[in-house]
Design a protein around this ligand. Structure first.
Ligand code: TMP
Length: 202
């Protein structure tokens, strides 16, 4: 089973992915928690380039790098773990490219879907949680930390990214569920578990 977490930077998805992992492990399941960009040595090196080299790059170069990292991660980590029967939770997957590069960088949602379909062989997460946290809260959170290259793109960019996620949800309402990121960590965790159990019979 393949589960993904999505949201704009600072939405709280990483904490929630970890909490779901703990819940599933306590139920006796074997769980792999991983992230994008990253998950392999090579893909983590690409992550470092994408987030910590602050020179501007061409948007298509950015997409190719995210997709290169995903190709490594998907074939070396995600697919083998799924074949072993593990539950795989990924903190971001191709919806991030659709939202960030498709909508945020304005490269086009359909173009990004097409590009990703080519190498991830049409396999989709069974369930995706979109942490929808108000942009005013996101702005406050980001201002309190040292921002990486993507976070420096600013709140208007993240507003476009959020629109991208809303479009994905409109297209795939049976896979992608929005969770109100304004709630407390505990309430969000409870909602995610409820939705998860409603959708998936373990
Ligand atoms: P995060 O994993 O800490 O959220 O950081 C990853 C950053 O990379 C975040 O700003 C979202 C961005 N990103 C893309 O722009 N496209 C992608 O395909 C992925 C996976 C991430």
């Amino acid at each position: 089973m393949f589960i993904t977490f999505e949201g704009v930077d600072g939405s709280g998805k990483t904490t929630q992915a970890q909490l779901l992992k703990e819940f599933l492990e306590n139920k006796g399941h074997s769980v792999l928690l991983t992230r994008e960009p990253g998950g392999t040595k090579f893909a983590e090196a690409i992550r470092n380039l994408l987030l910590h080299i602050h020179d501007p790059i061409n948007p298509m170069t950015e997409v190719y790098l995210y997709c290169a990292a995903r190709n490594e991660h998907y074939h070396k980590i995600i697919l083998p773990a799924l074949k072993e029967g593990k539950i795989v939770i990924s903190d971001r997957f191709y919806d991030s490219t659709i939202a960030y590069q498709g909508a945020g960088r304005k490269l086009g949602i359909d173009k990004m879907i097409e590009m990703n379909q080519e190498f991830i062989l049409n396999s989709k997460p069974e369930i995706t949680f979109f942490l929808d946290t108000p942009l005013s809260i996101i702005e406050e959170r980001l201002n309190r930390k040292k921002m990486d290259r993507m976070e420096k793109a600013g709140i208007h960019f993240l507003a476009d990214v959020r629109e991208g996620y809303l479009e994905i949800m409109r297209r795939e309402p049976k896979r992608v569920f929005s969770i109100n990121g304004r709630l407390t960590e505990t309430d969000i965790n409870r909602l995610i578990i409820e939705k998860f159990l409603e959708q998936i019979s373990l």
